[in-house]
Design a binder for this molecule. Structure first.
Ligand code: GDP
Length: 466
């Protein structure tokens, strides 16, 4: 039972149009009556889902003319339990933006008995009070952090229960099997058991396929959620910065004609056909004595290690040399695209044979960063490699969170064990253990089976005030 009242500033700090102080809990309305004076005579205790204009004031301090000191002119929303974000009484005070008004109001609210909310605590209450399941609560962070329209659509779909419905359905089917086993466990006559075992086996096979299908959505889902870590590699002067610039459609990276001067790694998130692509521009990779450049090169190597996609750029107007080869060697274990740049400079029939032959599994795209030729082809290829040509389900019925994927993989192992146990002729009560294990593992996704530790860990990722 939650019996305290929490408060926090829910808007980012800094100059802005409005700031919002949010209060949730049994004392929210009482606190509001003590610090808020409606412009017209109204009893906020009797209001629900109303926005009331008035003033926040401090009863304990007087201004020069002896009146209570007014802190700010505000709009106060009264939302009574249970139809609120947290399912508790919620008060939201819309004050003026800027760094002070919301802070002073929050301090006043805290002196009246509210406690400062922890990160994500409003959403945690929504979860604990049953308004959202855990997968939906986690989707809220993804809504807040989405970087492309498609990423947002996926997160909102999950928030609306797209993933939860699939998880619930898997869980219910597992529960049905458990009930079936329990009903049969006391009658272990051979014939009945064999028939029933086959029944259980086919149900488990179906559930296993469902779990597998969901796991298959996870890699694409994760890219939409977190962005595709992409490195543009290539020796100096091949046009890496120029390529980044056209992809960015504005000149944010430094383009230079002196080899090796793009020393810092710049990271930007691009929206490529709805796929958030986190491009990491790197210093030219080559052997060097220059210390600063060396740091850049080291960073490039670690960036390549982390990357999920490499765009290796070659200069169609320069010799293919040992530097190109060395870089190709560095990235050969990765997934990527060969980009042959500067095709405006020469007839592109004259593409170097070596470039065709190196990294033979990687597609080759010819571009001119300067004349912006071939860029669309490159973008299309990136999307195709991420999505496999499939579009994301509009209802969010896919996995994007690594925690969910890991739970599903654990559940899959339990289900495989069930199948092995059946095939080995194990008794029903042994089989029931793994069915139960799968049920619990999946239950950690929607939060039906979840420990306090995991709950706390998930919500600390949230911002304060959410
Ligand atoms: P980086 O060192 O790999 O980042 O290469 P830059 O992007 O700094 O480009 C090196 C030089 O090549 C600059 O002078 C660019 O203007 C030039 N350059 C880049 N892309 C092209 C291209 O498509 N065509 C031509 N003609 N020049 C290019």
């Amino acid at each position: 039972m939650i019996d305290d009242t929490i408060a926090a500033i829910s808007t980012p700090l800094g100059e802005g149009g409005i700031g919002i102080v949010r209060i949730s809990g049994p004392d929210a309305v009482r606190i509001a009556t003590e610090i808020f004076k409606p412009a017209k005579d109204r009893d906020i205790k009797k209001e629900n889902f109303k926005i009331i204009y008035g003033y926040i004031y401090n009863k304990d301090t007087n201004s020069a003319d002896g009146k209570h000191e007014i802190i700010d002119e505000v709009l106060l929303s009264v939302m009574r339990a249970p139809n609120t974000y947290t399912r508790e009484d919620v008060i939201e005070i819309n004050c003026h933006g800027g760094s002070l008004p919301a802070r002073v109001i929050l301090e006043l609210v805290l002196t009246k008995g509210a406690r400062l909310a922890e990160p994500g605590e409003f959403t945690k209450r929504a979860f604990l009070n049953g308004r959202l399941d855990m997968a939906q609560a986690e989707a809220i962070i993804d809504v807040i952090r989405a970087t492309t329209g498609d990423a947002l659509k996926m997160a909102v779909g999950q928030l609306r229960g797209g993933l939860s419905r699939r998880i619930d359905s898997i869980q219910n089917k597992l529960l049905d099997i458990t009930a079936f086993i329990e009903a049969n466990i006391d009658f272990p006559e051979d014939e009945i058991e064999e028939y029933n075992l086959q029944k259980i086996r086919s149900s488990v096979l179906l559930i296993r396929d469902e779990v597998k299908k969901l796991i298959d959505t996870a890699d694409t889902g994760r890219v939409y959620r977190d962005g595709l870590k992409t490195v543009i590699a290539g020796k100096p002067n091949v046009g890496k910065s120029s390529l980044l610039n056209v992809l960015l459609k504005e000149k944010r990276a430094i383009v230079t004609e002196i080899p090796g001067t793009t020393r810092d790694i710049i990271e930007e998130v691009l929206n490529i056909g709805g796929v958030p692509v986190r491009i990491i521009d790197t210093a030219g990779i080559r052997d060097t004595e220059d210390i600063i450049e060396k740091i850049g090169v080291e960073r490039t190597k670690s960036a390549i290690e982390e990357a999920e996609m490499i765009l290796i750029v070659f200069d169609s107007n320069a010799e293919y040399d040992h530097e190109d080869e060395r870089i190709a060697k560095m990235v050969e274990k990765k997934r990527g695209i060969k980009v042959l740049n500067k095709i405006d400079l020469q007839d592109n029939i004259n593409v170097h044979k070596e470039i065709r032959e190196v990294l033979p599994d990687w597609p080759l795209i010819e571009i001119s960063a300067i004349e912006e030729k071939g860029i669309e082809d490159l973008e299309k290829k990136i999307i195709e490699m991420v999505t496999g040509g499939k579009s994301i389900p509009k209802d969010g019925s896919m996995v994007s969170n690594i925690r969910h994927k890991n739970q599903l993989k654990k559940a899959l192992r339990h289900l495989e064990d069930v199948l092995i146990a059946i095939d080995m002729g194990m008794p029903l009560d042994i089989i029931a253990i793994d069915i139960r294990g799968a049920w619990e593992t999946v239950g950690e996704i929607n939060g039906k089976v979840i420990t306090e530790n995991i709950i706390d860990k998930i919500f600390t990722e949230f911002c304060i005030g959410k």
